[in-house]
Ligand binder design. Structure first.
Ligand code: SF4
Length: 481
């Protein structure tokens, strides 16, 4: 199934560390940060094995089928709020009694809702820090006391490597969500300032990898894989992306970027991507009108999107996937109608288009963190309006393109899991639903927050000043239609 250069055999005296990804193998193995943690821990005086929900139900390890309860430490990677349910199920079912530590973006955003189930949380990126050594040597919770680890009290400052100069000598090549390919992380953080985006906040400052290093890694995989996937929050913003794409295609690789910004898709880039085997392009206009994109600071106009589609079609790409959100600040039904208009314009260009629309979740640490879910202050009315927008899109888009739209209730639950405090943990005793959330008094986290109030995640120090977020939030509130 996988080509793994890091398998280690257990011998007496070696501490066992479980690396648990509470979701499917194909997405877990595509996470190059987790591959680094796995490889690094196995280079220390301990043994690290992995767990995925679709491998032995997440209860026994992939490598040796050892039960989770026989490990000393469990290190969970929380990538999505929905994974909390899997994580808790795994902990309960395995009857794990060792040290329980969680990390990943959800821990960095707001670990409070799930804090009851873990002893400690890693807040930050562990590479080039002392954190992995500290975890590997820990015997008790007290041993975990260090910068970047939150022991469920006081404040914590996020840690991160200043430079992306670390890398894996060898990578586990497997059938991941990107296909069977070499995964090259080209950067972390983002140079853009989209107001809804939590990735740019929790991975700031933007850092790029040296393309000579990326080229050298790719060189070692010539003849082993024929595809390279480039990952970063905004891959095409790498200052030397064209050189990198040229080099990789020249080496004979098919190349696929994990994200594409429409305004970066000029003729030259599209030409190399086509040469590198790319057959379809994913674009996230996010909103249906330039007005809403301006409010979001997306810095992308409808014409940018249309131009990108034109360039792609000219170069032979005919298939597009578009991502939008609804329930955005100051959004009217007219703005939502703009989604349909844009899709029609793209279809008129003889392109195949599939469209995905999700309700917007106002995320912690962003200038929109104080917004209510649906962005309407009367939440009940907000649900009504959002349902109306959803109904309109289903009616108009289902007949003209391949279309899917997220559940309003599911994204409301995600909002509660993302913005809640410790009391949210009670929801994990039930099958999550809005009815249950309401019964438990948790729907208050769907309301807007007061800018004066202390927010559940304010104890985490990221690289921003709260006053700046408040200024931006006020600008959004003052926006006149
Ligand atoms: S371009 Fe993408 S990654 Fe960057 S801030 Fe905007 S949404 Fe976030």
């Amino acid at each position: 199934m996988e080509d793994n250069p890091y398998i280690k055999r257990w011998r007496k005296g070696l501490k066992r560390i479980a690396l648990v990804y509470p979701n499917k193998y194909a997405s877990g193995i595509a996470n190059i940060g987790l591959q680094y943690i796995y490889a690094y821990l196995n280079s220390l005086e301990c043994i690290c094995e992995r767990f995925y929900i679709d491998v032995h139900e997440g209860i026994r390890s992939l490598e040796s089928k050892t039960n989770l309860k026989d490990f000393d430490i469990a290190l969970f990677s929380l990538q999505f709020e929905e994974d909390y349910f899997n994580a808790i199920r795994i902990l309960k079912k395995s009857n794990f009694k060792g040290l329980k530590i969680a990390g990943g973006p959800c821990a960095m955003i707001n670990p409070k809702p799930i804090s009851k189930f873990f002893d400690a949380f890693v807040i930050g990126e562990v590479e080039n820090t002392r954190i992995l050594e500290i975890i590997a040597n820990a015997r008790s919770i007290e041993d975990l006391e260090c910068e970047g680890i939150w022991l469920k009290r006081g404040r914590v400052k996020r840690v991160y490597p200043k430079k992306l100069d670390f890398y894996l000598n060898r990578q586990i090549i497997a059938d991941s969500v990107f296909g069977r390919c070499l995964i090259l992380e080209v950067g972390r953080g983002c140079i853009r300032r989209c107001r809804f985006c939590v990735a740019r906040q929790i991975y700031s400052p933007p850092r790029w990898r040296d393309i000579r290093l990326l080229k050298d890694i790719a060189e070692d995989y010539r003849g082993i894989v024929n595809k390279v996937c480039l990952v970063a929050p905004s891959t095409l913003d790498h200052p030397r992306i064209k050189d990198l794409l040229f080099e990789l295609v020249d080496m004979g690789f098919m190349v696929s970027p994990s994200s594409t910004r429409a305004d970066r898709l000029d003729e030259e880039i599209v030409e190399i991507l086509v040469e590198g085997g790319l057959k379809s392009i994913t674009i996230a206009p996010e909103a249906g009108s330039d007005k809403i994109r301006d409010i979001l600071k997306k810095d992308l106009s409808e014409e940018d999107v249309i131009n990108a589609v034109k360039v792609c079609i000219d170069k032979g790409i005919k298939s597009f996937k578009f991502y939008f959100m609804i329930g955005l600040p100051n959004e009217s039904l007219d703005d939502v109608k703009g989604i349909v208009e844009l899709v029609k314009r793209v279809r008129e260009m003889k392109a195949e288009i599939s469209v995905s629309v999700n309700p917007f979740v106002p995320k912690p640490h962003t200038p929109l963190q104080w917004c209510p879910y649906t962005c309407v202050y009367d939440v009940r009315e907000g649900f009504r309006v959002l349902k109306e927008k959803k109904k309109y899109l289903i009616k108009e888009l289902s007949k003209i393109c391949n279309f899917n739209i997220g559940s309003i209730e599911k994204f409301a639950i995600q909002t509660i899991l993302s913005r809640g405090d410790v009391d949210v943990s009670r929801i994990f005793d039930f099958k999550p639903s809005l009815r249950i959330a309401e019964k438990l008094g948790l729907t208050k986290y769907l309301n807007g927050f007061d800018i004066e109030s202390e927010l559940p995640w304010d104890f985490i120090e990221h690289n921003y000043k709260k006053e700046r977020l408040i200024e931006e939030f006020i600008q959004v509130c003052e926006f006149q239609n």
